[in-house]
Design a binder for this molecule. Structure first.
Ligand code: ZN
Length: 309
């Protein structure tokens, strides 16, 4: 059971595999956890079909025991970030080739409504004020990431509807749904330019050369200052030892440059039930907090838009 901390703010982030919570939005989680927000990571799959990306660990005995090893890595990352974590119990879909079918029974092959049921139950149990997940592209073309988006959108709605999943607990309406804007082209370009300007070798150029410079589909509505937690983020990522290829582009840049030129993790506010009066200021104003419009109400027991009608 998830014991509730009295009257606190609660943040739920839904990810596809163990390690995604550490590569996308991890410093945000560490910052809010330190502030006293109750932070829960929901991990849809066990990452059973992930490759071993670290050559030092690419050994038959590791591959044979990958499900257990990834659970242990997840437990270590969870401790480093200072958050709680639950697996939703689905089986990793792997990354099928262009003409390959999805493996039978895998997460991405499930019907969306049924696959959302465990997340509906978790939302009703944990009662998050804010939920974060990927946008509809998955942020990265892995079938489990796209499916994670679909079930999270479905569960955000269904958890609040007393007619849906009546066996799965009391309805709960989360107040806001955010999408990650992590690892964007603009982020890579800014870091690449900053390194090049300073005479620091960058290996992001090749990645950028093959990445069309089209405007982002989703506006940045929210920037969370979390540079002080980048070291925690990095430690959590390294705890997923089987998943960290040495020298991979997003791990190799100097952290002092990152703290200077991109000290935030960024989000798109996709849904909000917070009234405009309690929400952000004017249109176009970028928020600096995921809980804008929710802080006054929660401690005072006002409900802050999280009541269910
Ligand atoms: Zn993933």
């Amino acid at each position: 059971m998830l014991t509730q901390r009295a009257d606190g703010l609660r943040l739920l982030t839904v990810h596809a595999h163990p390690d995604d919570e550490s590569s996308k939005g991890a410093a945000t989680l560490a910052r809010y956890a330190e502030e006293g927000v109750d932070v829960l990571v929901a991990t849809c799959t066990g990452g059973e079909r992930g490759s071993v990306l670290n050559p030092a660990l690419d050994r038959p005995e590791v591959l044979a025991d990958i499900a257990r090893i990834r659970r242990e890595e997840m437990a270590a990352a969870r401790e480093i970030l200072g958050v709680r974590q639950r697996f939703l119990g689905f089986v990793d879909s792997g990354m099928p080739g262009p003409d390959e079918p999805l493996p039978e029974g895998c997460f991405a092959a499930q019907p969306v409504e049924a696959a959302a049921a465990p997340l509906v139950a978790l939302i009703r149990e944990f009662r998050p004020h804010v939920v974060i997940t990927y946008d509809e592209t998955g942020g990265y073309p892995h079938p489990d990431h796209v499916m994670t988006h679909r079930i999270t959108v479905e569960a955000f709605e269904a958890a609040a509807d007393p007619q849906r999943h009546p066996e799965a607990g009391e309805p709960w309406q989360a107040a806001k749904l955010y999408y990650h804007l992590a690892l964007s082209r603009a982020w890579f370009q800014t870091l690449h330019d900053a390194m090049t300007d300073r005479g620091v070798p960058s290996d992001m150029g090749e990645l950028l050369a093959g990445w069309p410079d089209t405007p982002p589909a989703l506006a940045t509505t929210t920037r969370i200052a979390c540079a002080e937690k980048f070291a925690v983020r990095d430690a959590a990522m390294l705890a997923h030892a089987t998943q960290v290829a040495p020298g991979v582009a997003f791990m190799a840049h100097p952290r002092d440059i990152e703290r200077e030129v991109w000290p935030t993790e960024d989000y798109h506010l996709a849904r909000s039930l917070v009234s405009a009066a309690g929400g952000a200021g004017g249109a176009g104003e970028v928020e600096d907090d995921l809980f804008v419009g929710l802080r006054a109400g929660v401690g005072a027991g006002v409900g802050a838009g999280v009541g269910v009608g």
